[in-house]
Every structure is written in C-alpha cells, then in structure tokens.
Design a protein around this ligand. Structure first.
Ligand code: 13P
Length: 287
C-alpha cells in the first residue's frame, strides 16, 4: 500500500523504533524489499536517488513500476516511495511523477537559502499529501556524485528547519555514506542528543546506515532516530552472492545463464540483509 511516510514515522518515534529506508536500483531490488517488508509485516521506505532514477530511465518509470508491483504482489504493509537527496528540480519531478515522499537536500546551500527552499517545498508536498525530509549539516562520503564532508549539524539550525513543518529531518552526526573508514570516529551522540532536545518529537533520519555497529544503531534509536537509510550493504551482499554463483560456475551449467537464475542469489541476499536490518531497527510487526 503506497502511502506518505508521515504516519509510519510518527508511530516509529512514539514507539522507539526506526523504519528502514532501502534504496532501490532496479526491479529485483524493489521486489526483494517489498516481499521482505510484507513477510515481516514491517512498514518500509523505498529510497530512490537521482542517479538511480536516471538509471531506471526516469522517476515516472520508477513510480509506475513500484505502484504496479505493490499491487500485483498484494503488498498490504505501508510503503513510501521516497526521493533520496533530491535537488530542488528533482523534488518537483518526483511530485509530478507520483512519488509519495521527497527529500530536499539543501544542506549545501547557506542556511537561509536551505530554509527558504525547504519552506516552499513543504507547502507543495503537503498540498499533494506527500511527506518531506529536509537536511541540515552534510552527510559525509559520496553517493551518486553527491559528496558531503561529514560535519555535525548545528542543533539551532535543526530547530529552525524542523519548525518549517517537515515530516523528518536528516542531520549530520558524523555519519557517512558508503563504507566507513578504519579511522572513523563513530556517531556523535552528544550532537544527536542536543538535536533531539531542540526538535522534540520530530522523527530524525540516520543516513549512511551501512556498516554502523549494532550498539550504535540501538543507541541512536533511543535518542530519537526513527528512519535509517541503507544502500551500500544491500549492494555489497548482492554483489557477493552474484560473484559466488559465477565463481561456482553455475551460469555454465544447464540454463544457469538465464538472468532470472543468475540474479536470484543476489535478490535472496538483499532479502536477508533487509530482514536483518528490520530486526535490528525494531520495525518487524509494526505495519
Ligand atoms: P549507505 O549507502 O551508507 O547505506 O547510505 C545510504 C543512505 O544514506 C541513502 O541516503
């Protein structure tokens, strides 16, 4: 059931668990995430970066595929189709394409410009019944060409953006996209605590969810994180399972080269990763 992310995140914040956002790249990814959410009776957010949208030939294609698949698989758990790290123009494209949720990442603008653009997009998104995520303080690392330096957000700026009426707020707390380097300092719980004190019941978003130790994830949830984004870990487990299939020569026997067979172990691996994360985040049975 395609819905905005608002209600599932309000419930998560009140219930002290987090909803997983899993980024999708193609049909296999989408199917794996939807089936796992349904199996575990967990609400879920499908994240689509601008790069992934382009890869799938446009946001219109993505929205049509997700809607049709949600129906044909008989998915009854709440599913939000969400633009990840959207530009101003990208947000309007997704609003038009029929997404149910957007993220406007204005973190690279001066704060006043971020506030003004976010304010405008909040009004438009809410007018369409969509939820909207804003960002303060860049997330480190690189995702689809978007490069952040990994600063910690200023809690006062977070309060300012939260007061615009956004439905969820991404705030840098030392998290980065992609693999964490050996010398990573860990999440700044001091910053997270200060942000939650300033933003109250606002659902906070933890980007860069791949590779964060489990105890840090649990602690972040106790400090108000209600949405956790995972992308890289699904990509790695998909690639590992596909590599194993090929290295075992399974594509060389019988009809093992059939793409439906070739991609099956990777799709199963995504399901296992999504299952593991939903259990860790506490969203199982919360649909
Ligand atoms: P990872 O790729 O590090 O899991 O980050 C995902 C993310 O934050 C998407 O916005």
């Amino acid at each position: 059931m395609l819905v905005s992310a608002k209600e599932m995140l309000v419930k998560a914040k009140e219930g002290h668990y987090a909803v997983g956002q899993f980024n999708i790249n193609n049909l296999e990814w989408t199917k794996s995430v939807l089936l796992t959410a349904q199996e575990l009776s967990a609400p879920v957010i499908l994240g689509v970066s601008e790069g992934a949208g382009k890869y799938m030939t446009g946001f219109g294609t993505v929205a049509a595929m997700v809607k049709a698949m949600d129906e044909s698989l008989g998915i009854t758990v709440p599913v939000a189709l969400h633009l990840d790290h959207g530009t101003y123009e990208g947000c309007y494209k997704c609003i038009k394409a029929g997404f149910t949720s957007i993220m406007f990442d204005g973190s690279h603008y001066p704060i006043d410009e971020n506030v003004e653009k976010t304010r405008e997009l909040v009004a438009v998104a809410h007018g369409m019944g969509m939820s909207i995520e804003a960002e303060v303080g860049a997330i480190g690392g690189e995702e689809d060409g978007v490069i952040g330096m990994g600063e910690c957000a200023d809690p006062d700026e977070c309060e300012r953006v939260a007061n615009l009426g956004v439905d969820m707020l991404a705030a840098g707390i030392g998290n980065i996209h992609g693999k964490y380097p050996e010398n990573w300092q860990g999440l700044s719980f001091e910053t997270l605590d200060a942000i939650q004190k300033k933003t109250g019941m606002m659902p906070l978003v933890l980007h860069g969810g791949s590779g964060i130790p489990e105890d840090m994830i649990r602690k972040a949830i106790t400090l108000g994180v209600s949405k956790i984004n995972v992308n890289t870990e699904c990509q790695i487990t998909f690639a590992e399972a596909t590599r194993k299939y090929i290295e075992e020569g399974k594509d060389l026997t019988g009809k093992g080269f059939d793409p439906r067979k070739l991609l099956a172990p990777g799709a199963e691996a995504i399901r296992a990763t999504v299952r593991e994360k939903m259990e860790l985040f506490g969203s199982v049975g919360k649909a």
